[in-house]
Design a binder for this molecule. Structure first.
Ligand SMILES: [Zn+2]
Ligand SMILES: [Zn+2]
Length: 455
């Protein structure tokens, strides 16, 4: 029997990691780190990974899927580590950046357990990574497992993982998108039916509004930028350094060329620039739109030096595309936002998921005219414009439901990568639309059958 164990500690978007076992063989899907917890609490249930792990398959380069990879590879030296070239090129600098962040937190927060791994640990991990192509079967020595990676349309290099065994087929979606973004194409998923679907549920609690699709929000963002510039303001767009930075930069570049926004200077952060260089180098290797577009030489973003922050005077007509997306304390977007708060002609525009408890989430809740309390000073009045444009990298819940029911037609669905209310929505909808499909919310640390037991 093939079993599936959810190694994420709770039903949420945490340290995503899932273990497949068949007889003596085992394969790990992703090895993430919780985006909001600290220390070992932020890792998956690492002690449940068998010592003789055969392989690790990495779905994409987000921290909640890769942040624990150096820990897992160090503890399981015999495991093959497989990912696309896009993912490999992105995660090496990202993991080194994680070491820097943890080292800083060791000093600032007095966390003696940090860093959980070192630059040397990242290098030791990276030398054993193997590049895998899309759409080609990957065998795991002498096991019944065979895998095929399919483009997931989420960020550069992202994949959905098809899991084949002797008699069954399952699909692990990873994070995926069924619609286009500015650079990413819709996912190129394999055809159903599948026995089992292991499915991300990120947006299960967020209803899509009919008519408000990607193009709608792109135009709305550009209009918001135009209006801000017309009243002499500057725009801050808090973004993740990888993925969102490049998507928004491409959107703004094309908008400038088409005269939809003025030829404004765009500032990006140092890590954002490093990630953009990888996107440029990888532009023809991963499925995407605008395959010829080289963002650094063509969009010509300026690199923002955070050492300028203490003396920075905001200029109208400038766009600051800075990380982090959640405006985590000590990041550039967090610090620069305080300069925007008192200026009513400026704007802070969110373009992606914001955790409600993060500084970004709190600022969105406060809104223009409110007061935001980030815990480090007294509540601060927010006079600048604050808006949200849904340029998501994830499939909407409506798209996922339709796709799962009509195209994948699974007999068993395992709900992962979502909060309890998001998972509950999918569970209820699937029960209604496909009553014979078994829907499971895999309990942390407990092996369950990957495939429905038909005996
Ligand atoms: Zn992701
Ligand atoms: Zn994720």
């Amino acid at each position: 029997m093939v079993t599936f164990t959810n190694l994420t500690r709770a039903p949420e978007i945490g340290a995503n990691s899932y273990l497949l076992r068949s007889g003596d063989h085992s394969v790990l899907l992703d090895a993430g780190m919780h985006p909001r917890l600290d220390g070992w609490d932020a890792t998956p249930l690492l002690d449940q990974i068998p010592e003789d792990l055969d392989a690790i398959l990495v779905s994409h380069a987000h921290h909640d899927h890769i942040g624990s990879l150096p820990l897992v590879t160090a503890a399981h030296l015999g495991a093959k580590v497989l990912m696309t070239s896009g993912t490999a090129a992105l995660i090496e600098p990202l993991l080194h950046n994680s070491v820097n962040v943890m080292t800083r937190q060791r000093r600032e927060l007095g966390r003696t357990d940090y860093p959980l791994y070192t630059h040397r640990g990242v290098d030791d991990s990276a030398v054993i990574w193997e590049l895998a192509n899309l759409n080609r079967p990957i065998q795991i020595d002498s096991s019944e497992f065979e895998f095929v990676l399919h483009d997931a349309g989420h960020v550069a290099g992202s994949v959905m993982t098809e899991i084949r065994t002797d008699n069954h087929r399952a699909l692990y979606t990873g994070d995926f998108n069924l619609q286009r973004q500015t650079l990413m194409l819709p996912c190129q998923h394999p055809s159903g039916p599948f026995d089992t679907l292991i499915m991300e549920t990120t947006r299960g609690a967020q209803a899509a509004v009919p008519g408000q699709d990607r193009a709608f929000f792109e135009e709305a963002l550009l209009a918001g930028i135009r209006q801000t510039f017309e009243r002499g303001g500057a725009v801050l767009i808090p973004v993740f350094a990888m993925g969102k930075t490049q998507e928004v930069l491409a959107l703004l570049h094309h908008a400038r060329l088409e005269g939809k926004i003025p030829k404004a200077p765009i500032y990006i952060g140092g890590l954002g620039r490093a990630m953009t260089e990888v996107y440029d180098r990888q532009r023809t290797l991963n499925p995407r739109q605008h395959g010829n577009l080289r963002l650094i030489p063509e969009a010509q973003p300026e690199t923002f030096d955070p050492r300028r922050l203490p003396n920075l005077r905001l200029r109208g007509g400038h766009i600051y595309l800075l990380s982090s997306g959640m405006m985590t304390a000590n990041t550039t977007s967090h610090t620069i936002a305080r300069l925007f708060f008192p200026r009513e002609h400026d704007s802070i525009f969110f373009v992606g998921y914001t955790d409600p408890s993060s500084p970004s989430g709190l600022l969105r809740q406060a809104g223009q005219g409110g007061a935001v309390d980030w815990g480090d000073t007294a509540a601060v009045p927010v006079r600048c414009e604050v808006r949200y444009f849904d340029l998501t990298a994830h499939a909407t819940r409506e798209d996922i439901l339709r796709w799962a029911c009509d195209e994948i037609q699974p007999s068993r669905v395992l709900l992962v990568h979502g909060d309890p209310d998001a998972q509950a929505w999918f569970a209820a909808q699937i029960a209604q639309q496909r009553p014979k499909t078994e829907v499971v919310q895999p309990p942390p640390g407990q092996p369950i059958p990957l495939f429905q037991d038909l005996s």
